[in-house]
Design a protein around this ligand. Structure first.
Ligand SMILES: [Zn+2]
Length: 330
């Protein structure tokens, strides 16, 4: 069953059109999406010890950092907020202009207007609990209240100029609620929705939690992320998000879940498919190469080729800066 939100949101931008190109195992710059952690201090630059070579940046630092990458062919980024602005129980600050990601979207659209700007939308950067939704007294997520907050944040990113909204909490109703908001705003044909539709409760996320300061204050995310062994739920999650109107689907993490990628792609061949090569995968390959176990370029290219072979059109990877160099060497 297809959604009723129309098709134009899937191909209004040149990079989106390339993602509709279909199968293949080659790796080109348009297959890569670079995650960026945006901090409050506009001139900030913070190394992340668990992810050597990856930085948290303020918007000025980010703008300088992006210039050579854009020159080498970078086409897409995925922004994450890392803010220390006053948090609360409902993530109210996420939708405020002081959210550093709002400034980052505007800056990229000013300096690099052709770059496709995707933005992660979740409540965990903005809630005191660090959980991805508003919590009820019993500790369960209040889905209705969480949806209202998620949509408010997504709307502020859209108004700042985001091309792709990427809700990442794996919960019910996100895609439809964001699509309804886009319809109301009259932005249906200029904003895509990329769902983190199939997101497992993985140990590979460890380094990201340091990078984004996003570890929950208590408990874990197993009530909303998928059990590691689940295939049936993974397929239901992808189907749910296609029905709700997602323009693209995603499986996260990548390497340990390529069987799921292939199955989702086979069941949803109409939708571009993303893999998030997550922080733990980055750290594993980086440290393995640093320890002499294998050559970094060879192992990263092999891993990404396997991801393409399994059905990924888009690979979200912290190796994007190196990959742009390696692709130019070829
Ligand atoms: Zn979250």
């Amino acid at each position: 069953m297809a959604s009723s939100y129309g098709l134009h949101s899937g191909y209004f931008h040149p990079t989106l059109r390339k993602w509709q190109g279909g199968a293949g195992t080659t790796i080109a710059p348009h297959n890569l999406m670079l995650p960026i952690f945006v901090v409050d201090d506009e001139d900030g630059i913070e190394p992340i010890s668990s992810m050597p070579g990856v930085l948290r940046m303020g918007i000025n630092t980010m703008a300088v950092f992006l210039e050579p990458l854009v020159a080498k062919g970078l086409e897409a980024v995925l922004l994450f907020s890392v803010t220390n602005i006053l948090k609360d129980d409902t993530g109210e600050i996420g939708a405020k202009p002081s959210n550093p990601t709002v400034g980052a979207i505007k800056r990229i659209k000013r300096d690099y207007p052709d770059l496709l700007v995707a933005v992660d939308v979740c409540l965990c950067p903005y809630t005191i609990s660090g959980h991805c939704g508003v919590l009820k007294d019993d500790g369960f997520i209040d889905n209705g209240r969480s949806l209202i907050q998620i949509v408010k944040i997504a709307k502020s990113f859209v108004l700042a100029g985001a091309d792709v909204i990427a809700p990442s909490d794996m919960m019910d109703g996100r895609i439809k609620a964001i699509k309804d908001m886009l319809q109301t705003l009259g932005c249906m044909n200029r904003v895509s929705v990329m769902s983190y539709s199939v997101k497992f409760a993985s140990a590979f996320y460890g380094p990201f939690r340091e990078a984004a300061h996003s570890a929950p204050a208590f408990g874990d995310r197993k009530r909303y992320q998928l059990p590691l062994a689940s295939r049936g739920l993974a397929m239901r999650a992808a189907k749910r998000d296609e029905v709700e109107g997602a323009d693209m689907l995603m499986v996260k993490p990548g390497l340990a879940y390529l069987d799921i990628v292939r199955e989702v792609k086979d069941r949803h061949p109409e939708l571009p498919m993303a893999i998030y090569q997550v922080s733990g995968e980055y750290a594993m390959l980086h440290h393995g190469a640093a320890a002499g176990a294998f050559d970094l370029k060879a192992i990263v290219m092999e891993t990404l080729t396997a991801m393409r072979r399994s059905g990924a059109d888009i690979i979200i990877t912290y190796f994007t800066p190196q990959l742009l160099d390696w692709l130019m060497e070829k």
